[in-house]
Design a protein around this ligand. Structure first.
Ligand SMILES: Cc1cc2nc3c(=O)[nH]c(=O)nc-3n(C[C@H](O)[C@H](O)[C@H](O)COP(=O)(O)OP(=O)(O)OC[C@H]3O[C@@H](n4cnc5c(N)ncnc54)[C@H](O)[C@@H]3O)c2cc1C
Length: 299
């Protein structure tokens, strides 16, 4: 039996071959995944993990693809999408146990409606809980890492483990979770507060984002902020706003966003990232680091 037959036999849900990842990233760019898999639940995810080890194939985990620049040659091996089968919330007093595929906007709204505080900042972040834990996503002074009590992951061997928050490191847009395994669930500690107040906060943050952020396809902030200054303000001061390569443009509205004007390729976006880094280095002697993750192969 080869890999394809074995996966086909083991997975109820789905396998697609040569699936364009541009269909699964917020920038709408990215070449094909050799195998794009969407497991129907934990048991299938464990099978996929075991198969990838057995056949010695690399495995890349994809949430909503909102923090990724997938290059035009795509990703070799297996790409596993943690999606709707992992979208659930179980209520446990002032805590919630949520699946890694749960969208953050849904989590923020549902918890606010229940009168549980902590996730209001996340209402406008378009990723999944799994991607947010990896990135320690945050906004408006909040971040997901500070709410974590435990995380459940699937290790390389296929074993399912439980990590307590003491065993997890969260930093600025960083965590050590990817090296531990594929995230399937997290227990988050929230706090009881009045629902109407929390819902008002979520809507207020959303309105603020709508007024500041471009609506064209993007991956949010491209560069990490510096401790002393937001990256967007440096780029703007260097004259980077509106710079364009192919179909990619530094947003006129927010200089830390690169937008796809339509028809951009990953190589346009990557070239623009490098051009902005060069500009800021030449003007200010500062090396901007990317917050978005660049993955896959160039064409
Ligand atoms: C318009 C816009 C606004 C944004 N605003 C913000 C913001 O305010 N604050 C902020 O922090 N971010 C922001 N982002 C970036 C992005 O939404 C977050 O980083 C988000 O948490 C990424 O989640 P995702 O599911 O899309 O992850 P992906 O982009 O799919 O993946 C990101 C990384 O996580 C890994 N990963 C994903 N899921 C899992 C899993 N289950 N197990 C193990 N590894 C996994 C991937 O392999 C990859 O390395 C914004 C993006 C956009 C497009």
């Amino acid at each position: 039996m080869d890999l394809e037959q074995e996966l086909g036999r083991r997975l109820k849900a789905g396998i697609k071959k040569n699936e364009p990842l541009s269909l699964h990233t917020s920038w709408k760019v990215g070449g094909p995944a050799d195998f794009y898999l969407f497991p129907a639940g934990l048991a299938e995810l464990v099978e996929i993990r075991r198969c990838s080890s057995k056949y010695g194939l690399p495995l890349f985990v994809l949430g909503n693809g909102t923090n990724l620049l997938v290059l035009d040659g795509g990703i070799r091996g297996l790409v596993v999408h943690i999606g709707s089968p992992f979208n659930y919330i179980h209520w446990e007093g002032a805590s919630i146990r949520a699946g890694a595929g749960t969208p953050l906007p849904l989590l923020a709204r549902a918890t606010a409606r229940k009168g549980l505080a902590g996730l209001e900042f996340a209402g406008g972040i378009p990723g999944t809980l799994g991607g947010a834990l990896v990135m320690n996503a945050g906004a408006f002074g909040g971040n997901i890492g500070s709410l974590v009590r435990e995380v459940i992951l699937v290790q390389k061997s296929g074993a399912v483990i439980n990590l307590s928050h003491h065993e997890i490191e969260f930093g600025y847009r960083h965590s050590n979770l990817p090296e531990k395994g594929i995230i399937v669930e997290a227990l988050l500690q929230l706090k009881e507060e009045e629902a109407a107040v929390l819902e008002g906060k979520v809507e207020g943050y959303l309105a603020e984002r709508m007024s500041r952020h471009p609506q064209l396809p993007s991956a949010g902030s491209v560069f990490r902020n510096l401790p002393e200054r937001p990256a967007g303000s440096l780029i703007e001061a260097a004259g980077g706003k509106g710079m364009r390569i192919g179909g990619a443009q530094v947003s006129e509205q927010h200089a830390n966003f690169i937008v796809n004007l339509g028809g951009a390729t990953a190589s346009d976006i990557l070239a623009l990232i490098k051009a902005v880094q060069k500009l800021v280095w030449e003007k200010f002697g500062v090396e901007l680091q990317t917050e978005v993750r660049v993955v896959g192969e160039a064409k």
